[in-house]
Design a protein around this ligand. Structure first.
Ligand code: ADP
Ligand code: ZN
Length: 521
């Protein structure tokens, strides 16, 4: 039997373990259960692959990433590791071959989709072989809060009941305490040793900018900072994925679309071009990316606001796995907030579920509107204390905060007057037109020029007013309601209107962070 460091060098060709890999591997080889939280690119795979090679029997890896199993198995086979997989893409004959290899103990690793476990067919197969360990990859899929929830994962607790002596290692890049607790409980891993790696990705520069003209802003990012670089651009909807990819291609940029509405063959072809060709850009919904191991993704851009900090961190974590400087760039605007609030309001699920979604969105908004270091705030969200990083937009060009109490009062009283005096609700645009004293058709139609607030807000420009609305929404001092996204007061609004509360706001720096000497080109 070889020991772990021999396997590391002889089979995988690496000289040393990274981070906590060695401790994790020793623990699992010794028969212990483990819950491993490590950022994307941290090197989770070796944590189960090496114990599977060292311990007698077959290591069974449960993974939801069916589309990647073939690639993973091919990569292992190329290293001389005996690996196979079982999922719905195999036909009956192929399946029989792998099953026979497993039962005969001819495999080191067997990758398994979680589907069969609940039905029992996979369990009956597993009982016929000798198992060295269970690895549960992407373990956050068991969490009902996350956007990756897979009901089949709930059945995985059966593994412990049937094979109490086989060590289990659950791995994920999602790390909030809530998710961690949920994973441990649902997978019966409360007794498992917990390994939490630092979540910092120092080579990623985080930047969040106001959305003015997103296409133009994106193009500038690509042309000035990342020409010819590989990257991922996330959009919220399939339609905007298509449009953005088309736009980039028209501009002579190599971009491919990826979303769940494309047929499987197109998705597979685009994914494989992205992985194999240099400098490809994938424009995608969040359906793309889990398990993608491409080391030289130089940027991840978000054209729409992510629904949670977890999602944002996981998506941006796909940049710079090779450790070289990379950019995480997000543009967001008032419309994003309105749209997401509407989606939450219209979502299926009970009130508690919607409150959960709203809390996730609020944390994301707080990150967007922060005046402190983005990384400090991100890591704090994952329970880690750190110092200002010097490599994010707020560190590079510190935004000023300003006392926005008076504008906040003006805006809130406009909403209040429309509500009280006219029994009317409007979106942000109408309130801003009123404050700016604009005599639009809609203003004339509703005789809004007669309101006492008409024209009292000319000290700010329209874009600044939109920023005020955005920040009031982010701070919970204003709400968005209904399918038209109309503005409404919240309980907290009264404190601002009653002068009992000050409102500090973030002023966007004049220059973008990239002009501060941090750019690569
Ligand atoms: P994760 O699953 O945590 O996202 P992977 O297991 O895919 O990360 O590893 C990320 C990259 O780091 C891979 O290319 C892997 O080969 C490499 N890697 C992992 N461990 C080591 C190590 N000890 N030394 C060098 N490279 C490593
Ligand atoms: Zn910083």
């Amino acid at each position: 039997m070889q020991d772990a460091s021999q396997v590391l060098s002889r089979i995988f060709g690496y000289d040393s373990f990274r981070g906590e890999q060695q401790e994790i591997i020793d623990h699992v080889i010794g028969g212990g259960d483990a819950l491993v939280l490590m950022p994307t690119g941290g090197g989770k795979s070796l944590c189960y692959q090496i114990p599977a090679l060292v311990r007698p029997g077959v290591g069974v890896v449960i993974s939801p990433l069916i589309a990647l199993m073939q690639d993973q198995v091919d990569a292992l086979t190329a290293l001389g590791v005996k690996a196979g997989f079982l999922n719905s893409t195999l036909d009956l004959d192929e399946r029989r071959v792998v099953e026979a290899q497993f039962v005969a103990g001819e495999l080191d690793l067997l990758y398994l989709a979680p589907e069969g476990l609940a039905s029992g067919s996979a369990l009956r197969l597993l009982e016929r072989g000798r198992i060295s360990l269970f690895a549960i990859d992407e373990a956050h899929c068991v969490s009902q809060w996350g956007h990756d929830f897979r009901p089949d994962y709930l059945a995985l607790s059966v593994l412990h009941e049937r094979w109490p002596d086989v060590p289990r290692i659950a791995l994920t890049a999602t790390a909030t305490t809530a998710t961690r607790t949920e994973i441990a409980q649902r997978l019966q891993l409360t007794e498992a040793r917990l390994f939490v790696s630092s979540f910092d990705r120092p080579n990623i520069q985080y930047r969040i900018v106001p959305k003015n003209d997103p296409k133009k802003q994106l193009l500038e990012l690509l042309r000035t900072e990342h020409p010819g670089d590989a990257g991922i651009i996330y959009c919220l909807s399939r339609a905007s994925v298509e449009k953005t990819a088309e736009f980039l291609v028209q501009q002579g940029i190599d971009a491919l679309p990826y979303h769940a509405g494309l047929d499987a063959a197109t998705r597979a072809a685009n994914q494989s071009r992205f992985l194999r060709e240099d400098g490809m850009i994938m424009v995608a919904t969040i359906a793309f990316g889990m398990g993608i191991d491409k080391p030289d993704v130089r940027f991840v851009a978000h054209l729409d606001l992510p629904k949670s900090v977890e999602g944002y961190y996981q998506e941006t974590g796909r940049a710079g796995r090779d450790g070289l400087p990379s950019t995480a760039w997000l543009t967001y605007g008032l419309q994003d907030v309105v749209q997401q609030r509407k989606m939450i309001e219209g979502s299926a699920g009970d009130a508690a579920y919607r409150r959960g979604l709203a809390a996730h969105l609020d944390a994301m908004l707080a990150l967007c509107e922060t005046v402190q270091c983005r990384r400090v705030q991100l890591l704090a969200y994952f329970g880690q204390v750190s110092e200002a990083c010097g490599n994010c937009d707020t560190c590079l060009v510190p935004p000023e905060s300003w006392d926005g109490t008076v504008p906040a009062q003006k805006l809130l009283s406009t909403v209040l007057r429309l509500q009280r005096e006219r029994n009317q609700r409007f979106g942000a645009g109408q309130s801003i037109d009123i404050l700016l004293g604009r005599k639009t058709d809609k203003v004339a139609q509703h005789r809004h020029e007669e309101l006492t607030v008409f024209g009292i807000g000319t000290e700010l420009q329209e874009s600044e007013w939109r920023g005020v609305v955005r920040q009031l929404l982010a701070q919970g001092l204003l709400a968005v309601q209904g399918e038209h996204g109309t503005l409404a007061l919240t309980d907290a609004s009264a404190d601002v209107l009653g002068r009992r509360r000050e409102v500090m706001m973030r002023r966007e720096p004049e220059r973008a962070a990239r002009s501060s000497g941090s750019s690569r080109k």
